[in-house]
Design a protein around this ligand. Structure first.
Ligand SMILES: C[S@@+](CC[C@H](N)C(=O)[O-])C[C@H]1O[C@@H](n2cnc3c(N)ncnc32)[C@H](O)[C@@H]1O
Length: 302
């Protein structure tokens, strides 16, 4: 599907342009995989959202598994996977098992604005793609499901009702997306419980923060002008204003959520870091963007 090709090319291009700012995030992402590789092992490793392997830690994971199952909706990733020195099963599909179908069907709807939003609000994600195997790495894909849904709906609404109208009613249509967005996240977790891999590492964006107040140079790394701690939450340098929004439609990845959706698992460790993904002045002068990213290691306990 073209939307995934565009997403993949966009990620590659941004990773190249903003390399100094992405390096720290990529290092933390790979370090989390290295930590996980000390316990995770088996015949098969399945990677959801393998993409172009920009954030996949080959060094630590390849020696631990005999076979790799690489999963992504972007077909252009296959040649990259074929360079790996292990047998690879390439799986190119929409892991939500519904987004492509939802967006395709909405494109044929010819209802009024109110009725279209009512139809959007009714969507609930079905059982997501899952496959059994010893280990599962969900690699920065969970928050992307909602982004695919939002971008797809936005494009359809703009085509049908016009850009200005859709911008003016942004709160309404974003609100209509939420119930489906929440179930996309929940079904990702439910698919893990259903298929039951022994070892799971879930890496995902947790929150997005937009800030104003400090401009950065493109080619020299600098930490974001905001910080986050488990005790105090977000804090900002003086003169910096910010706005935070959830990346997982209100689903908090905590003990209670795991107990509800992954009752056969126990969390063995978690880490959290900030990704200065688009410093103010690099991609836009309107605002800078920081993501809070989490890594959660889970093991099946029954
Ligand atoms: C943020 S990227 C993760 C980075 C990726 N590991 C890499 O190195 O390029 C998210 C990946 O998820 C894939 N993706 C997004 N939605 C998907 C879906 N519904 N089904 C399967 N893959 C999806 C995209 O194609 C993209 O490769």
């Amino acid at each position: 599907m073209v939307r995934y090709l565009k997403m993949g090319l966009g990620i590659e291009q941004r990773a190249h342009t903003l390399a100094p700012f992405w390096a720290e995030h990529l290092k933390r992402t790979r370090a989390a995989q290295e930590r996980w590789a000390k316990s995770a092992k088996g015949e098969w490793l399945t990677v959801l959202g393998a993409g172009h392997l920009l954030d996949f830690d080959k060094m630590s994971l390849l020696p631990r598994f005999q076979k790799l199952r690489m999963v992504d909706a972007d077909r252009l990733c296959q040649p990259v996977w074929n360079t790996l020195p292990k047998p690879v099963e390439a799986v190119c599909l929409d892991i939500s098992q519904c987004l492509d179908q939802w967006i395709g069907a909405l494109g044929r709807v010819r209802e009024t604005w109110t009725e279209t939003l009512r139809l959007i609000r009714e969507h609930r994600a079905p059982a997501a793609y899952g496959v059994s195997g010893e280990a599962l790495l969900s690699l920065n894909i969970l928050s992307q499901l909602q982004i695919v849904w939002q971008d797809g709906v936005e494009a359809l609404l703009e085509r049908r009702f016009g850009l200005l109208f859709v911008r003016a009613h942004e709160d309404e249509w974003l609100d209509a997306l939420r119930p489906a967005g929440q179930t996309l996240v929940e079904q990702h977790l439910a698919a893990i419980e259903r298929t039951g891999p022994g070892f799971v590492l879930l890496i995902t964006d947790l929150e997005y923060l937009e800030y104003k107040g400090v401009v950065f140079e493109t080619d020299r790394w600098a930490p974001p002008p905001v910080d986050w701690s488990a005790e105090k939450g977000w804090s900002a340098e003086s003169g910096v204003t910010s706005e935070v929004s959830p990346a997982l439609e209100g689903v908090e990845l905590n003990e209670a959520t795991f107990a509800r959706w992954l009752p056969s698992y126990r969390m063995t460790w978690q880490e959290c870091w900030l990704w200065h993904i688009a410093p103010l002045g690099t991609e836009t002068v309107a605002y800078g963007e920081v993501h809070r990213v989490g890594a959660f290691a889970l093991e099946r306990s029954c």
